[in-house]
Ligand binder design. Structure first.
Ligand SMILES: Cc1ncc(COP(=O)(O)O)c(C=O)c1O
Length: 340
């Protein structure tokens, strides 16, 4: 199978397995796991934030951020196609008790004027706006890089109004590699940030949330409340250290493979590409071949290729290090033969 469903399907490298095997461990609930402490310090330094915390998943990292920033009855502004709004099971409402204020964005970007106009007034009838969430790269916008300028504009509006900003940077390192902008520079325009070790960076488990020391102190309590206080989890953190030290620069290969895939798919009669491919995600429209996304996925499966549905006529392919350039060429050859 050539598995292009997500960059989460990668298997840990030999170096990661070795690091897990040899990891120094302790009880992380007592803050005594040396590998976790090392990972948290490394991540905070890379992001230019005071402190960081290891969490099991990106979803938990985002939810801890919302729970830490907000109180029940408040409102958060976020992009209408963002992961937090679209794919996290309404946890912001179920657990944090906040009301979402989704704003339609363009290629993952929030319109700063619309953000400003959506901030609630000091009025007894209205909820308080207590958080603005951004996403970079933006998954449903096809791995689009949200430009630094856009983040800066939104951040200045947030600051002017005393509202914190959280960045879902599950694929922030992809944004950095594609734009040539250091993650630290993106992180300057957000108070807190979550990024995933287990996507393109290839670690088997885990995410980081980072921000001010006082925020992380509060966030540690929320992680414990959610059952995310792990014990000798240094075995899971050690591959994360390998990921941060050795797997960032190679994201460029995933991006060039995505470009190769998109160009080739466009040559398959009837298929069209919906997104401007900037990172490792390609969105393909199947209307021109007279098939639904699910029908096209079935054909792919018969050819030992896996992708996922992203809408009635949209299929998402994600490149990653477990699929080589050669395998991308095989995918294209098979599809060209089938649809010629
Ligand atoms: C943008 C974004 N945020 C958050 C997540 C959640 O990460 P996890 O699967 O580790 O919960 C994902 C996962 O695909 C994502 O794409």
């Amino acid at each position: 199978m050539i598995d292009l469903r997500s960059d989460t399907v990668t298997k840990p490298t030999k170096a990661m397995r070795q690091a897990a095997f040899e990891a120094k461990v302790g009880d992380d609930v007592y803050n005594e796991d040396p590998s976790i402490l090392e990972l948290e310090e490394l991540a905070a330094t890379m992001l230019g934030k005071e402190a960081a915390m290891f969490v099991p998943t990106g979803t938990q990292g985002n939810q801890i951020a919302v729970l830490t920033h907000c109180n029940p009855g408040e409102e958060i502004i976020l992009e209408a196609d963002s992961h937090i709004y679209f794919y996290e099971g309404a946890t912001i409402s179920a657990f944090a008790g906040v009301q979402p204020r989704p704003l339609a964005g363009k290629r993952g970007q929030l319109d700063p004027h619309l953000v400003e106009a959506s901030i609630r007034e000091d009025d007894i009838h209205q909820p308080e706006t207590s958080l603005i969430c951004l996403e970079n790269t933006h998954n449903r916008a096809g791995g689009a890089v949200v430009p630094l300028e856009n983040m800066k504009d939104v951040y200045h509006i947030a600051q002017k109004n005393g509202i914190p900003v959280h960045l879902d940077g599950a694929r922030l390192f992809n944004a950095s590699i594609a734009s040539g902008i250091n993650v630290k520079d993106f992180a300057k325009y957000t108070d807190t940030v979550q990024f995933c070790l287990s996507k393109g960076l290839g670690a088997p488990v885990g995410s980081i949330i980072a921000g001010p020391q006082s925020f992380i102190k509060k966030a540690r309590k929320w992680r414990k409340r959610l059952g995310g206080g792990m014990r000798q989890a240094g075995m899971m953190a050690a591959p994360g250290i390998v990921a941060l030290k050795t797997m960032v620069d190679r994201l460029t290969d995933d991006h060039s493979n995505a470009e190769l895939l998109a160009k080739g798919l466009e040559e398959v009669g009837g298929l069209s590409i919906e997104n401007t491919v900037e990172t490792n995600i390609v969105l393909v429209n199947t209307e021109g071949i007279g098939m639904s996304a699910d029908e096209f996925l079935d054909i792919l499966k018969e050819m030992d290729i896996l992708a996922v549905s992203f809408g009635p006529n949209t299929v998402r392919f994600v490149t990653h290090f477990d699929v080589s350039e050669d395998e991308i060429r095989q995918v294209l050859a098979k599809l060209k033969y089938r649809f010629s």
